[in-house]
Design a protein around this ligand. Structure first.
Ligand SMILES: [Fe+2]
Length: 265
């Protein structure tokens, strides 16, 4: 089994800036890492930290330096996939030393953590909010799943293959989510698909498989499915998640802070 802390949507900006003019996301991440560092004993042995995208808000090199310094304070191996706010080149530069990171191009990777296959997929379309799984990433997934066989498997991507009902988020979802279904169907075991992007906790099943989205480290979106729902974010509740791939493994949300809003983007 593997136990991974899942952090998502850090939205770090270059020092001196605020995300959306409101959030000091560097300071928010620092507080979150402080809280998590204090919880490490309580959470039990962990095998790594899996970050499901939007490490940066502005794509600046400086933001990755800040995020990396904070993430490294947990002293755990890092696994990272990019989100729509990330800049692929700056992301590569910020995490090029991680064993699973490809040297260039799409950030699709496979990392074995104990007996668990962890597969990262790149859904970033630079300049767009929505995401897509390209043919190369789908082929990569298919090969990785056949290698995994019946072993515990986690698939990590930023844009979740689910719709929350929040219109402004569903409008920038995973464009070809249904391309995942036939590939997951062929998996030898049940797969846990973990994502971020929607800044909240949502789950769905796809056959034998579970899709779960982690809360964001820095902000939240209200579940409001009305057509005239305000478009914006709240400063909380924030949190992260714990993925346990053992035979009785549980995907658990870990609350960090409650908050205020809505603030416009
Ligand atoms: Fe985000």
């Amino acid at each position: 089994m593997a136990r991974l802390l899942q952090l998502s949507d850090l939205h770090v900006v270059s020092p001196g800036s605020l995300a959306s003019g409101v959030l000091d996301t560097g300071a928010i991440l620092r507080r979150a890492i402080d809280q998590l560092a204090n919880k490490l004993d309580a959470l039990g042995p962990l095998d790594g930290v899996l970050v499901t995208g939007d490490v940066s808000d502005d794509g600046s090199h400086e933001s990755y330096v800040v995020a990396r310094a904070e993430l490294d304070r947990l002293g755990l191996p890092l696994l990272v996939v990019p989100g729509n706010h990330d800049d692929r080149a700056a992301f590569h530069a910020g995490f090029s030393d991680l064993p699973a990171m490809p040297a260039s191009g799409l950030i699709d990777w496979l990392q074995e953590v104990g007996d668990t296959f962890v597969i990262g997929l790149d859904t970033l379309v630079e300049g767009k909010g929505g995401g897509v799984l390209r043919r190369e990433s789908l082929a990569f997934l298919s090969v990785a799943l056949s290698e995994a066989g019946s072993r515990p498997t986690v698939v990590a991507l930023h844009h979740p293959p689910l719709r929350t009902g929040i219109r402004f988020m569903d409008a920038i979802g995973l464009e070809n989510a249904s391309a995942l279904w036939p590939i997951l169907d062929e998996a030898g075991g049940s797969v846990t698909v973990v994502a971020g992007h929607v800044h909240g906790i949502y789950q769905r099943r796809i056959g034998r498989h579970l899709v779960a989205t982690a809360p964001s480290i820095c902000s939240a979106f209200a579940l409001d499915i009305r057509t005239d729902a305000p478009v914006g974010f709240f400063t909380g509740p924030t949190g992260c998640a714990l993925i346990d791939t053992g035979p009785e493994g549980v995907w658990s949300a870990i609350p960090l802070e409650t908050g205020e809003g809505p603030f416009p983007f």
